[in-house]
Design a protein around this ligand. Structure first.
Ligand SMILES: [Zn+2]
Length: 283
């Protein structure tokens, strides 16, 4: 469709581009398409959109908290460096691994569920910090630690982690695979290719990097709302995929066939409401 601000002469023109609601509607429709197996023109079937996205991104349910730290540029040299925290009148020295594991626990469980290091946090010991928030303040006051990508990322999103932990706006290391904790794909550490990060971040945005399903829905939205799909990675081309999809003669397996993607049916009328349920289900 033509969604340019200057419009066009077809009836599908949306001056000014898609509204929030229109964008949202296309995205959700993209999820339905992504869950569906389409027959391929000329025989066979196309991979599901979600599966295509998984392949394109090199997505895997793999990785660890340490891999996440490495993705956030926390090096092995930092693991073995001793850091001294003096904020708040303290004088506490610990190995980098202690700081690393504290910060990755926030990425995994959220700020309010962080695993406080016993060497640094103890409400009953005046030599230590009283709570997680005090330790974060101390790290933010540290000349070196405050500038690390790992600290900055966790400090920015900690209260919204792990849900929003896919937003790595402070940069990522030059690693082959980026690791983060995903609540949208298995509620676990997951990985995708750094190259997919580079391709998708600019054209689709961070949300496309929250799970394979969201990557497909965002690519679908971009493709059908005048946006730009990410460049191909080898044989994996979004442009070709959508072209094949449009040539599909029929559906092989509908999205609704998979339990869990069906809408929740209406419940029975509330007791005492006086209403009675229709004898035949609505179509
Ligand atoms: Zn979505």
């Amino acid at each position: 469709m033509d969604n340019s601000a200057t419009g066009g002469d077809d009836n599908e023109t949306i001056p000014g581009g898609l509204t929030y609601f229109q964008n949202h509607a296309v995205h959700e429709f993209g999820h339905s398409v992504g869950e569906t197996v389409y027959n391929k023109d000329g025989g066979g079937t196309l991979p599901k959109g979600d599966t295509f996205a998984q392949t394109y991104g090199g997505w895997a349910q793999a990785g660890t908290a340490v891999d996440y730290a490495r993705s956030m540029s926390w090096t092995t040299a930092m693991d073995t460096t001793n850091y001294t925290l003096i904020d708040g009148g303290k004088n506490l020295t610990v190995a980098g691994t202690v700081i690393r594991d504290f910060l990755t626990s926030i990425a995994e469980k959220g700020l309010s569920n962080a695993t406080d290091p016993a060497a640094l946090v103890d409400a009953a010991d005046p030599a230590k910090y009283a709570a997680t928030a005090d330790l974060m303040t101390a790290l933010g006051a540290h000349g070196v630690l405050s500038g690390t990508t790992l600290f900055k990322t966790v400090d920015r999103w900690g209260s919204a982690m792990p849900d929003e932990g896919y937003i790595l706006e402070h940069g990522v290391a030059a690693v082959a695979k980026i690791t983060f904790y995903s609540t949208r794909w298995g509620d676990r550490w997951v990985q995708y290719d750094k190259q997919a990060h580079d391709n998708c971040k600019s054209s689709l945005g961070w949300y496309s990097l929250s799970s394979p399903m969201e990557m497909f829905a965002e690519a679908f939205t971009a493709n059908y709302s005048g946006g730009t799909v990410p460049v191909a990675r080898g044989a994996n081309s979004w442009t070709t995929y959508f072209s094949d999809l449009e040539k599909s003669p029929s559906v092989a397996t509908a999205a609704g066939a998979a339990p869990g993607v069906l809408a929740t049916p209406y419940g029975a009328p509330a007791a005492g409401s006086g209403e009675t349920e229709p004898a035949v289900g609505l179509i």
